[in-house]
Design a protein around this ligand. Structure first.
Ligand code: ARG
Length: 562
C-alpha cells in the first residue's frame, strides 16, 4: 500500500539506465495543490544525466507510466504528477486498517533490536519537578513509538538517589526532623528539611562539615546513615509511584545512581589503565581540552565520585546487560554539556557503541512566561497539579455531558491526557507555557479535541450497528479522499517520529486527522441508507482505530464516550 514506492517503481521501469528506485523514491514529493494529484516526481535532477529538458522528461513519462492504482499521470512543467485511483486505493486502505486494527502502522525495522530509554529520573527527597514531568511523558512516548517501530524498549528510571545532598539531609533530619511528619508527607517534609539546611548553613557553616561527615559515613557503609538513606528513598518512591500511577507509566528498571556504587572503582581503574585520568586541583578528571570542552570530573579531592562517574558506569553496565542498538537519554537541554562529555569519554575509552548513545533534550515549562522553579522552598507538587487537571476535566464533563456514566474515570483520562498532549504537541526543544484552562479546551489543538473526535467516531459506529464488520467498496468523493490520504500517512508518521525522536510528529498528526474527520463529518451524511454506507462506516472505524492508536503512543487514553 506504499504508493510512493509503487509510483517510484513504475517510473524506474522507464529510467533503468539512468537512476535507481531509491533515488526516485527520495525525489518524490507531495504536490502543493490537490489539483496536481497525489504524487509528484520532479525531473530536473535527472535532466543533466539524460541531456534533456525536464519538461520533456515529464512529458515522455506521462505517456508511459501506467498502472491500475493510477487513475492517470500528467506532466505539469518539470513535474510528473500521479493521480491515484480513488476507488481502488481507498478500498485497499480502508480494508487494511480494519483488518490490521491497532497494529496498523507497526514496523519491523527494529525487530530483534533493543533500545534503552533513560527518562523521568527524579531526585529522591526532592519534588518531582516540571522538568521531570517533561522527561517522563516524552520518554514514555518515545518508548511506545520505538515499540511500534519494532524495537524492544527498556524503560530505565535513573533515580537521583545518591550524592552529597544526602549528607545534608541526614544532618538536617537529626537536627530538626520528625519521623511522623515525614511519613505523613514525605516529599514536602524532606524538601523542607533540605531547604532549612541551606538557610541555616549560611549562618552556621559548621553544618556543612557535618553534612560532609554524614555523606562520608553513608559512603563507607555506616549503619545509621544507610538506614536513614534507605528510608528517605522508600518514602520518596511512594510519592513518585502516585504520579506514575496517575500517568499510567511503568519502568523496567529503577536502578538509579546508588545502584552503581559498587561499580565506581572499576570505572576509575579502567580510566586509569587507559591513561585517561589526570589531576586538576587535587581532583581526578578526564581532560577534554583537545575537544574544546571543560574537563569531565571523575573523582573529587575528598575521593567522592560524581554524577558523571555514575553515568559512565551506567552506560557500560547497560551496554553489557542489554546489548542495546540505541540508547536514549531524555534529559533537559541544560545538561547538554554533561552528555557531550559523557559520550566523548566513552569514545576515548574505546567503546564503539558510544556512537549509538543519544541525548534527547527538551525545553522548559514556563508559567506566565517565566521558568517554573521548585527552588527556594516554594513547592508546587506535581501530584496536586495533575489532580487539579482531573478536577477541572470533571467540572467540564459535568456541564457538557451530564448523563455520562463513568464521569470520574473519563475525567482522569481527559485531565491526564490534557497535560500529556499539551506537552507533546510542541516540538520538544521548545519551551512551553503551562496553562490548565488552555489545555482543557474542547476546540483547538488539545488532547480533548482529539479524544472528543474519537468518541464521536465511536458513537457513529454504535448508532449504525452492533456487529462491527463492514464490507467495503471504494470511496471516490473528495471529502473522504482527504481523510483516507491522512490515514495512509500513518506508517510514515511513525517512522518520522522515531527517526527524529519527536513525539510531536504524532501529536500534530492526530490533530490533523481529527480536523479532516470533523470536516468530513460536517459535509457528508454518514448514516444514509445507500450502497456506500458500509464503506463510510468502515472509514469511520479506520479513523477511530488510528486516533486511538496515535493517542496510545503518546500515552493518552481514548474513552469511547465523552
Ligand atoms: N536526576 C537527574 C536530574 O534530575 C536526571 C538524570 C538523568 N539521567 C542520567 N542518566 N543522567 O537532573
Amino acid at each position: 500500500m506504499n504508493y510512493r514506492q509503487q509510483f517510484a517503481e513504475e517510473i524506474y521501469a522507464h529510467l533503468q539506465e539512468i537512476s535507481d528506485v531509491d533515488e526516485i523514491i527520495s525525489l518524490i514529493e507531495e504536490p502543493k495543490y490537490n489539483t496536481h494529484g497525489d504524487l509528484a516526481f520532479p525531473c530536473f535532477t535527472l535532466a543533466k544525466k539524460m541531456k534533456k529538458a525536464p519538461q520533456q522528461i515529464a512529458e515522455e513519462l506521462s505517456l508511459k507510466v501506467k498502472a491500475p492504482f493510477l487513475e492517470k499521470t500528467a506532466a505539469a512543467g518539470p513535474y510528473l504528477n500521479g493521480f491515484l485511483n480513488k476507488a481502488i486505493v481507498s478500498k485497499q486502505a480502508i480494508q487494511r486498517i480494519n483488518m490490521e486494527k491497532e497494529s496498523y502502522g507497526s514496523s519491523s525495522v527494529g525487530t530483534g533490536k533493543k533500545i534503552t530509554l533513560d527518562f523521568s529520573s527524579p531526585n529522591i527527597a526532592k519534588p518531582f519537578s516540571m522538568g521531570h514531568l517533561r522527561s517522563t511523558v516524552i520518554g514514555n512516548a518515545l518508548a511506545n513509538i520505538s515499540e511500534k517501530y519494532g524495537y524492544e524498549a527498556i524503560r530505565i528510571n535513573h533515580l537521583g538517589d545518591w550524592g552529597t545532598q544526602f549528607g545534608k539531609l541526614i544532618t538536617a533530619y537529626k537536627q530538626w526532623g520528625s519521623e511522623e511528619k515525614i511519613r505523613e508527607n514525605p516529599i514536602k517534609e524532606l524538601f523542607h528539611l533540605y531547604v532549612m539546611f541551606h538557610e541555616q548553613a549560611e549562618k552556621h557553616p559548621q553544618l556543612e562539615d557535618e553534612a560532609r561527615f554524614w555523606f562520608k559515613q553513608l559512603e563507607s557503609g555506616d549503619e545509621e546513615a544507610n538506614k536513614l538513606w534507605k528510608w528517605f528513598r522508600e518514602e520518596s518512591m511512594k510519592e513518585f509511584a502516585k504520579i506514575y500511577e496517575l500517568l499510567d507509566i511503568a519502568f523496567d528498571s529503577y536502578d538509579g545512581e546508588a545502584f552503581y556504587n559498587d561499580k565506581m572503582d572499576g570505572i576509575v581503574q579502567e580510566l586509569k589503565a587507559k591513561s585517561l585520568l589526570s589531576l586538576s586541583d587535587g581532583a581526578e578528571v578526564v581532560d577534554l581540552a583537545a575537544e574544546d570542552m571543560p574537563p569531565c570530573l571523575i573523582k573529587k579531592k575528598d575521593g567522592a565520585t560524581l554524577y558523571a562517574t555514575r553515568d559512565l558506569a551506567a552506560a557500560v553496565y547497560r551496554s553489557r546487560t542489554y546489548h542495546f542498538e540505541k540508547s536514549f537519554y531524555i534529559v533537559g537541554q541544560e545538561q547538554r554539556l554533561h552528555f557531550e562529555q559523557l559520550f566523548l569519554v566513552l569514545q576515548k575509552m574505546g567503546y564503539g557503541w558510544a556512537a549509538s548513545l543519544k541525548h534527547v533534550p527538551f525545553g522548559f515549562i514556563l508559567k506566565d512566561g517565566k521558568k517554573m522553579s521548585t527552588r527556594k522552598g516554594k513547592v508546587v507538587l506535581l501530584e496536586d497539579v495533575i489532580k487539579e487537571a482531573i478536577d477541572l476535566a470533571y467540572q467540564n464533563i459535568k456541564v457538557k455531558n451530564p448523563a455520562l456514566e463513568n464521569k470520574e474515570e473519563v475525567a482522569k483520562m481527559v485531565g491526564v491526557g490534557a497535560i500529556i498532549f499539551h506537552d507533546l504537541k510542541n516540538e520538544r526543544q521548545n519551551n512551553i507555557e503551562f496553562n490548565l484552562d488552555e489545555m482543557l479546551k474542547f476546540e483547538g489543538s488539545t488532547g480533548l479535541y482529539v479524544q472528543y473526535t474519537h468518541a464521536r467516531a465511536c458513537s457513529i459506529l454504535w448508532k449504525a450497528s452492533s456487529e462491527n464488520n463492514f464490507p467495503v467498496s471504494g470511496l471516490t468523493d473528495s471529502h473522504s479522499w482527504t481523510v483516507i490520504k491522512t490515514l495512509m500517512d500513518f506508517p510514515n508518521i511513525i517512522e518520522k517520529s522515531f527517526q527524529q525522536a519527536e513525539p510531536s510528529v504524532i501529536a500534530k498528526y492526530v490533530l490533523k486527522l481529527s480536523q479532516d474527520f470533523n470536516k468530513y463529518y460536517g459535509q457528508v451524511k454518514i448514516l444514509t441508507d445507500d450502497k456506500e454506507q458500509n464503506s463510510r462506516l468502515a472509514l469511520v472505524k479506520s479513523v477511530a482505530i488510528v486516533l486511538k492508536e496515535g493517542l496510545r503512543l503518546l500515552g493518552v487514553k481514548a474513552p469511547e464516550k465523552l
